[in-house]
Design a protein around this ligand. Sequence first.
Ligand code: NAD
Length: 285
Amino acid sequence: MTGRGVTLPWRPAQSPEARVIGAVILKGKRVLIAGMSDRRSIGYSIAQEAQREGAEILLTSFGRMMSITQMTAKKLDPVPEILEMDVTKPDDIAHAVKETEKRWDRLDGLVHSVAFAPADALGGQFLNTPWESVATALQVSAFSFKEMARGFLPLMREHGGSMVTLDFDNSTSAWPKYDWMGVSKAALESVTRYLARDLGRYKIRVNAVCAGPLATLAASGIPGFKDFEEVWEKRAPLGWSLQDKSPVGRAVAVLLSDHLDMTTGELLHVDGGYHAMGTELPPAE
Ligand SMILES: NC(=O)c1ccc[n+]([C@@H]2O[C@H](COP(=O)([O-])OP(=O)(O)OC[C@H]3O[C@@H](n4cnc5c(N)ncnc54)[C@H](O)[C@@H]3O)[C@@H](O)[C@H]2O)c1
């Protein structure tokens, strides 16, 4: 189904083959990606696209997720190393910085693809969520971007670079069930702007990709997530697939590249155009 009410199989706007061959936009870049779990993960698509575009990558994971990240990393070529980093632990961040420094003399790109909210911070119980759960959601999903940026700054400040985080299309709207994750994403957008303000002097760009809904492990914890599919079908002029994360991976790769060297503090929508529509799309003529 497309957004125009015509039943057609969903297809990407452009096939990978149709892209410019030979234009490897991240050649020589060293990129650290935090938040790849299984193959459904947006982080996996970012890792794939970054490697395809010539970047060397390092991943981070933490705790029980580590074994899943290790399994998933085996599907990447070359298989990247994975550092332990719980973004709520300053010592973990400091350790990951040291380990990165041992491998690389500089970092060109930092990707924050991390979010978490306790169950009682999602699901329509907005009025009843206790501060402890709100604090966890905000810390993991928004404050941690600042913590990572501060930690890795010494590896980026001499040469400049690009930091990218993952946002959902929501800070200007309230969504069913999204609750304190929605508030956390609004905070993340603001963190993005303040980091852009403070890191621009080092020629470090800080941007967010506002992705449409995608079927991932994190999304499976959001009650009623499947309902987004229908909503997007009715509004996104380019159509949208919950399964295809590659448009997001490619957009992150472009933001990591030198092509957008005067873009910072930006929220780049990769959502099939959903955000720009005032109402559902009219039926096709
Ligand atoms: N799935 C969607 O519909 C969608 C849409 C827009 C934006 N996003 C955002 O994309 C990002 C990636 O999410 P995803 O959907 O790929 O799910 P995911 O579950 O694959 O990724 C979330 C990652 O966050 C990590 N994480 C959670 N707590 C952490 C902590 N304390 N320390 C370190 N890492 C921690 C998890 O280990 C996991 O790898 C998130 O910021 C999410 O909000 C998702």
